[in-house]
Design a binder for this molecule. Structure first.
Ligand code: NAD
Length: 497
């Protein structure tokens, strides 16, 4: 059985750590590969290689860095089928959805090819008599990215192109549940001409994460995962002097107003709740039906949930694949059971859904709950599975209060035809990414991605202009030449006059 390696200093290696983890094919439930779980020494080797190449990479003109990223872009596009196949094989999502993830990652590479423009500083002539000032942004050094299982290509590409374009050396620690795509990414970066050590992969679990967080030569950590781990990464990384952006979990609400286009809203919610089996941080997991729309909304959703085409991700006719692991399947099933026990109305129960010929796969059907209340476990916890909770609110104000009382604040959407209500929502909702008749408002690469509250710890959102700021530090230079120098020593605080 094949072993998924690290990529350190341009070489694939099993390293010195002796632990291994199973990597499943979720559609069959069979262990397909093993991944090495690295030890501290493996991280040390990667950091040493990164430190060695950093001065040369940081001195490389941004245009030269950008040209490599142009090649990366083309190669990712040319090899999209290969990437999609490995995503589907280890994550389980439908191939066409895997392709969509690659496209969204590619957009960040495209944005990062603008490095010469993105790194431009500002210049002010005559900040004082005969004195000019300018600012510049410089790389941090060795930086790391720690990523979740649900987007094994897109999330690493939220980070790596930005870090590399701005002159840093980037070490990726992918999820141990679907780690192969990271190795393929390393192949692409190498073939595109990136010097060895600028993009590296260390495989591992929490021990590797914790080694990264305390390593004195890693300057910054970009993290995406669940809220408890994001909190831990932020607290530990910053306590060790690092710059940290840690994106956490979510519970995204959609408010459905009585004046919405109901058919289109139902379609939007079905795709957003059940696409990728609900394993998206921007999935809609709560629909808040306002006033009289609730009964027809639930009836329309129920018909479509029962009709979901569920099966292996390699068949593009399917709409939903399996969950990522048997352990995750057991957790999601347990949460569905708790919803029934705590009094939610089970409109559709996905627990007994079998996929013919894939009885051992990690499949579950779509579940729809109605009359969910804020005290229930299915509302309070992120389920991260194909489960949609419908709540009922008498009016817009009550619905908005519910959304804003959630500890999470990743995405939120409203479905309405009324401009005043939409504006009130976008103005007052406490979430980082907001949709108006758009269920999954993931910003494009040239805007930045990030939530509020328990969905993001740190100061910077991911990629886009915020990504440039996260991976660089600013320097302000004030200059004068002999003509501008006044005679004699100056003892008072310099002012512009
Ligand atoms: P996870 O938190 O279990 O794992 C994320 C990373 O942290 C992995 O690399 C993993 O190896 C590591 N990790 C796991 N447990 C750890 C521990 N105890 N100590 C240190 N490191 C640990 O998340 P996941 O299950 O892989 O991914 C799903 C989660 O990610 C969901 O909560 C989802 O909402 C979130 N997510 C958020 C965003 C966002 O942009 N906010 C995007 C994608 C996914």
């Amino acid at each position: 059985m094949s072993i998924i390696p690290h990529v350190i200093a341009g070489r694939k290696t099993e390293g010195v750590g002796s632990r291994r983890a199973d990597v499943f094919n979720p559609a069959t439930g069979v262990v397909a590969r093993h991944v090495v779980l690295g030890a501290k020494e493996d991280l040390e080797a990667a950091v040493t290689a990164a430190k060695a190449v950093f001065p040369k990479w940081a001195e490389t003109p941004p245009l030269t860095r950008a040209r490599i990223l142009f090649r990366v872009r083309d190669m990712l596009e040319a090899r999209a089928d290969e990437f999609a196949a490995i995503i589907t094989a280890e994550h389980g999502k439908i191939l066409s959805d895997a392709k969509g993830e690659i496209t969204r990652g590619l957009e960040v590479v495209e944005f990062a090819t603008g490095a010469p423009e993105l790194l431009k500083g500002e210049f002010t002539e005559q900040v004082g008599r005969g004195i000019d000032a300018h600012t510049m942004r410089q790389p941090l050094g060795v930086v790391a990215g720690i990523t979740p299982f649900n987007f094994p290509v897109m999330v690493p590409l939220w980070m790596a192109p930005m870090a590399i374009a701005t002159g840093n050396c980037f070490i990726l620690k992918p999820s141990e549940r679907d780690p192969s795509a990271a190795v393929l990414l390393a192949d692409v970066f190498k073939e595109a001409g990136l010097p060895d050590g600028v993009f590296q992969v260390v495989q591992g679990d929490k021990d590797m994460v914790n080694a990264i967080l305390v390593h004195p030569d890693i300057q910054a950590v970009s993290f995406v995962g669940s809220t408890p781990i994001a909190k831990h990464v932020y607290a530990t990384g910053t306590a060790h002097g690092k710059r940290v952006q840690a994106l956490g979990g979510a519970k995204n609400h959609a408010i459905v107003m009585p004046d919405c286009d109901l058919d289109k809203t139902i379609d939007a919610l079905i795709g957003a709740a059940y696409g990728s089996a609900g394993e998206r941080c921007m999935a809609i997991s709560v629909a808040v039906a306002v006033g009289p729309v609730a009964d027809s909304l639930v009836a329309g959703l129920a018909d479509k949930v029962r009709a979901l085409r569920i099966g292996e991700g390699t068949n593009n006719d399917n709409e939903m694949g399996p969950l990522v692991t048997g352990q995750h399947l057991a957790r999601v099933s347990g949460l569905v059971a708790s919803g029934a026990e705590q009094g939610a109305t089970v409109v559709v129960d996905g627990r007994d859904h079998a996929v013919h010929g894939h009885e051992k796969g990690f499949f579950i059907g779509g579940t729809l709950f109605d009359n969910v209340t804020a005290d229930m476990t299915i509302y309070r916890e992120e389920i991260f599975g194909p489960v949609l909770c419908v709540m009922r609110a008498p009016d817009f104000e009550t619905a908005l209060r519910l959304v804003n009382d959630s500890p999470f604040g990743n995405g939120a959407a409203i479905f309405t035809r009324d401009g005043d209500t939409a504006r009130a929502f976008t103005h007052r909702v406490k979430a980082g990414m907001v949709g108006v008749n758009v269920p999954i408002p993931v910003p494009m690469a040239f805007h930045s991605f990030g939530g509020w509250n328990d969905s993001l710890f740190g100061d910077h959102h991911m990629h886009g202009p915020e990504g440039v700021r996260f991976f660089t530090r600013m320097k302000a230079v004030t200059t004068r030449w002999p003509d501008g120098v006044r005679a004699g020593a100056e003892f008072v605080m310099p002012t512009h006059g």
